[in-house]
Design a protein around this ligand. Structure first.
Ligand code: PCP
Length: 376
């Protein structure tokens, strides 16, 4: 029995974290002696972005390990568009139907976060973006949040449970500053006791005006950047505040001291302030991102194309064409010259073939962002 209101790995892996209607209908099919061979596809018909970033495949494969199905999918970090299948599963329906709930949960949530992170990073351009939002979500999924944000292109994450292979970044909380008699005492203590590789990012808005505190921090000589987390009640014209802080730092010889902005930062804020800010700490705008509304639908039964209303029947492949255009075609159709099929085998009869690679997934997103920045 878990200490917290969470579902343990084994229960999820057994397909017991499911919607009751799957369990009940599985029983009915069994009593009817029905277990048709089906192919199901994961697609979305729409999303609050021009494109999505596919993520969560690693957990999906772990979920279906040992389940007698064949799976093809786009690699993690792939861009996808509405209607494009990002994954397809072939097997006998009763063998995997109940896994739909957990499977979609893994893909919808991770892809939502990776997609938001990629769009936030796109808005930031050369500015650094750090994922600070695990506190906005249930701690049991902190690792998934940080992995998805990293794949989506952020430059670092704050949660200590993040998977290996990404920088863990943080500054200091207001509570830390308030534990000292003055902000200067807090900044000096931080510098005195922090390891050399810990960036000296000083929080400069706890008690005094940002301009005043930033200058004090900069004049201590060890400050790499000043963090502004200005409360909403004081954010009249945040641009003017940032311009003032930048002016005062530069006019007092602290051109090398960067500005770090956090606190309810959105994509729009990043676009508005990226010429003045060197790094953004982003919480809810990534961690609370809307999930991708994927669904898993039958497209073929016993070899015959068949789909419910609103879905396109038949097994499909998505092709990337020379020049960057994309096309969805039935798998039996002749692929255009130079077309690259995006769905690749990831499982054969319940065994993973190949593996998901977080670094490669992230590289895919960064390459796409670089291409978009170039063509912008
Ligand atoms: C938190 C943190 C980031 C915020 C949250 C990220 O700020 O410092 O700035 O989450 P958001 O983008 O959803 O706002 P606070 O809790 O205000 O302050 P503290 O740094 O003192 O923890």
């Amino acid at each position: 029995m878990s200490r917290f209101h969470i579902v343990d790995d084994d229960t999820i892996a057994r397909g017991e974290c499911t919607d009751i209607y799957f369990a009940r209908c599985e029983e009915v099919l069994a009593k009817e002696g029905k277990n048709p061979l089906v192919t199901m596809e994961v697609t979305t018909v729409g999303m609050p972005y021009d494109r999505g970033v596919f993520c969560g495949l690693d957990d999906a494969v772990a979920l279906l390990e040992g389940v007698p199905v064949d799976v093809e999918a786009m690699p993690e970090g792939s861009v996808f568009l509405p209607r494009e299948p990002v994954m397809r599963i072939t097997g006998r329906y009763r063998d995997f139907g109940r896994y739909e709930t957990a499977l979609l949960g893994f893909l919808c949530h991770a892809s939502g976060i990776a997609t938001a992170a990629a769009h936030v990073k796109e808005a930031a351009g050369d500015c650094k973006v750090y994922s600070f939002g695990s506190r906005r979500q249930h701690p049991a999924i902190a690792q998934m949040i940080e992995r998805s944000a990293w794949i989506g292109g952020v430059d670092g994450v704050s949660n200590t449970t993040a998977p290996e292979g990404m920088p863990i970044v943080g500054t200091m909380p207001h509570a830390f500053v308030m534990c000292h008699a003055t902000p200067e005492e807090a900044w000096t203590a931080f510098d005195r006791h922090s390891a050399l590789d810990v960036p000296r990012l000083m929080l400069c808005d706890t008690f005094g005006d940002e301009k005043e505190e930033c200058l004090k921090a900069a004049e201590l000589g060890f400050t790499g950047a000043v963090r502004l987390d200005t409360p909403r009640s004081r954010r009249g014209n945040m641009r003017a505040i940032l311009e003032e802080v930048r002016w005062e730092l530069d006019s007092h010889g602290h051109e090398d001291v960067g500005i770090f902005l956090s606190g309810g930062v959105t994509r729009e804020d990043i676009r508005a302030y990226r010429d003045l800010v060197d790094a953004f700490g982003v919480g809810g705008a990534i961690a609370n991102a809307p999930v991708i509304d994927f669904s898993l639908d039958i497209v073929e039964i016993e070899g015959k194309s068949c789909a419910k209303r609103g879905k396109w029947s038949g097994v499909k492949q998505v092709y990337l064409l020379p020049g960057g255009a994309r096309v969805i075609l039935p798998t039996g159709a002749h692929a255009p010259e130079g077309a690259v099929p995006l769905l690749k085998p990831v499982m054969r009869h319940g065994q993973a073939v190949g593996h998901t690679d977080m670094a490669k997934a992230r590289a895919r997103v960064l390459a796409d962002l670089a291409e978009r920045a170039q063509s912008a």
